[in-house]
Design a protein around this ligand. Sequence first.
Ligand SMILES: Cc1cc2nc3c(=O)[nH]c(=O)nc-3n(C[C@H](O)[C@H](O)[C@H](O)COP(=O)(O)O)c2cc1C
Length: 138
Amino acid sequence: MSLHCLIYTSVAKQKMTDNCLKSLLDRTRPKNSALSVTGMLLYIDPYFVQILEGDLEDVCETFTRISKDPIHHKVSLILKKPITERNFANLAMGFNKVSEKDIDSFVSLEAFYKSESFRKQSKEIIELLEMFKNETLF
Ligand SMILES: Cc1cc2nc3c(=O)[nH]c(=O)nc-3n(C[C@H](O)[C@H](O)[C@H](O)COP(=O)(O)O)c2cc1C
């Protein structure tokens, strides 16, 4: 068992209504539970930011599946590293919607997709994901 976390961002190709987001989570959570993958997904229209935690093999398999989902594109790996304990242990996949105005301007996903500089800001992204870990929307 080699516990790892992986963080990526992506861009939704379609308008994500609440029903679309709920159906995405309905497809996702049973798979994560089966693999003991935990984490948090944020939707910051039109961006996704997600952290996956679990055994390295399971996290990589899940990320491969996610990367192929036609709902989004520009899937960009930000961080993959070993961890000693899970940060989102109770969540098969937590979820929240965030408005750009709710977050500090330094966490600008738009800037990331323009400059790729966001990759260096993984600390800020982890802080952002953690801010919402006790506030799962649905
Ligand atoms: C933003 C986003 C997040 C996703 N998160 C997960 C996830 O945490 N776990 C997972 O198994 N699949 C995730 N998926 C993938 C899809 O839900 C995928 O349709 C599902 O895993 C079914 O895969 P299958 O068609 O190979 O059975 C995600 C897809 C998107 C677009």
